[in-house]
Design a binder for this molecule. Structure first.
Ligand SMILES: Nc1nc2c(c(=O)[nH]1)N[C@H]1C(S)=C(S)[C@@H](COP(=O)(O)O)O[C@H]1N2
Ligand SMILES: [Mo]
Length: 197
């Protein structure tokens, strides 16, 4: 894994979780098909324990837009520092939803069929973005463009690309990788990589 593109962090770098190496590149990790979507085709569908609703691309751009710079950590052992994303923060989106108080978890759905699960408290965080812009430029298709989720405090498989909807649930159910052995939560600082960790 370590080579020209990966650097071992210095031991005192508290920003880098255990078992991770730094990369300045931006690797692409996709399982399955890469959907091709024009921005105007993107809809975000709210389902489950919430008032059903569909946000169009225009609806989303009309909401408050937020930019954050932070680090991302992939379970395949790479981390990338200071990535800059712009989009709609999840708490901003939540202000426009009527979610049943019985909801405790969210299933994230994507164009192409990928899913991933989050506890509501991990979903509704200030730093989480529904992002359309990376480093000031429209998000590339391979990285989830036109629209992806970014959840920086958990391993990057939770940051679903080509998001199509959020389903609110009474209990946490495994998404795609979680059914295939990945940890239900995936905190990189606790090295929650796999189910038996
Ligand atoms: N829809 C979808 N989202 C996805 C994936 C995927 O296969 N499909 N892969 C996940 C994984 S395992 C990682 S590490 C990151 C990779 O994002 P990147 O390709 O922009 O680096 O996207 C996550 N989101
Ligand atoms: Mo990943």
């Amino acid at each position: 894994m370590l080579g020209k593109f990966f650097k071992k962090p210095s031991a005192d770098n508290k920003r880098v979780p255990p078992g991770q190496s730094l990369t300045e590149r931006f690797p692409v990790l996709t399982y399955g098909p890469v959907p091709t979507l024009r921005p105007e085709q993107v809809e975000i569908r709210i389902s489950g324990l919430a008032e059903p609703r569909i946000f169009s691309w225009q609806d989303l751009l009309a909401l408050l837009q937020t930019t954050h710079t932070y680090d991302i950590h992939c379970v395949t052992h790479w981390s990338k520092l200071d990535t800059t994303w712009t989009g709609i923060s999840i708490p901003t989106l939540m202000q426009h939803l009527k979610v049943d108080p019985a909801a405790t978890a969210v299933m994230v759905h994507c164009y192409g069929g990928y899913t991933t699960n989050l506890l509501l408290e991990d979903f509704n965080r200030d730093l989480n973005l529904l992002a359309h812009t990376f480093d000031g430029k429209p998000l590339e298709k391979d990285h989830g463009g036109p629209l992806r989720l970014v959840v920086p405090h958990l391993y990057f498989w939770k940051s679903a690309k080509w998001v199509s909807g959020f389903e609110f649930l009474t209990a946490d159910h495994p998404g795609f990788w979680e059914k295939n052995g990945y940890h239900m939560r995936g905190d990189p600082f606790k090295e929650e990589r796999f189910d038996d960790d």
